[in-house]
Design a binder for this molecule. Structure first.
Ligand code: BTN
Length: 245
């Protein structure tokens, strides 16, 4: 991952760019990374937009061809990628670093980055995965609306080399990707759970306009979040639950 690196000065979204490249007659090799200095229409989870100050952050997408994963195993790829990003940042941030379900990278209660993985299926298997990652590195000021955002610079008061962190992330993701390829799904699942933000803690959530106090107990193999509240265990998908305080 990252052997073939393309750096674009400006692009709408590296995910869109990479997805469009799949219809070229000569597809890009697996592991290709498209990185943007400036992304003017970055896309996030839940149809959100992703803003990043030009030149200061990591915004890139990786092309993977995980044909060995079924459509039901899509969340295992999410886990592998989240863990790769986690491991790359861990030497800098240590145990305050967490993975917020499904795939945000959190430092204490603030978001450092996120990912948008878009899978192209062929029948019941995954054919291509466009793995988009955005990590706030050297940006110091955020949109007033983004109260929850942080960056490495805000946390550690230092500037970081984007290429260096990119290389670390690519290497770590590759390691987990190879674990998946070798069939070690359970290993990656266990590790993901052990890094999960708010696991076994009591916090407030909102679903269906209803607020409740609950405890995250687990994440199902397919990726649903299991929360215990009102004396029972419930499962939620991304659109169904919101994290409150
Ligand atoms: C999220 O937390 O909502 C996911 C953010 C994903 C942003 C990255 S930046 C590179 C890639 N290209 C995009 O348009 N989005 C992802």
């Amino acid at each position: 991952v990252g052997q073939n690196l393309v750096v674009l000065k400006e692009v709408d979204s590296t995910n869109t760019f990479l997805k469009n490249s799949l219809s070229n007659s000569k597809p890009l090799p697996e592991g290709t990374v498209i990185m943007a200095e400036d992304q003017y229409a970055g896309r996030g989870q839940r149809e959100n937009t992703w803003h990043a100050e030009p030149g200061k952050n990591l915004t890139f997408s990786i092309l993977l061809n995980p044909t060995f994963l079924s459509a039901q195993q899509q969340f295992d790829l999410t886990r592998a990628v989240s863990m790769g990003v986690y491991d790359a940042l861990y030497p800098l941030l240590r145990d305050s670093l967490k993975i917020k379900w499904p795939n945000d990278v959190y430092y204490q209660d603030k978001k450092l980055g996120g990912m948008l993985i878009e899978n192209i299926l062929q029948g019941a298997q995954i054919k291509h995965a466009v793995v988009g990652i955005g990590i706030n590195i050297n940006q110091e000021n955020f949109h007033p609306g983004a109260v929850n955002a942080t960056s490495l610079k805000k946390i550690l008061q230092k500037d970081y080399d984007l290429q260096y962190i990119l290389a670390e992330i690519c290497n770590r993701i590759e390691a987990y990707y190879l674990q998946l390829k070798a069939g070690k799904l359970q290993f990656v699942r266990d590790l993901y759970i052990s890094r999960l933000y708010r696991l076994n803690e009591r916090h407030w959530y909102k679903s269906n306009e209803k607020k409740f106090e609950g405890i995250i107990k687990n994440v199902q193999p397919g990726g649903l979040l299991m929360v215990e509240h009102d004396g029972q265990e419930y499962t939620y998908n991304l659109k169904e639950i919101e994290f409150l305080d």
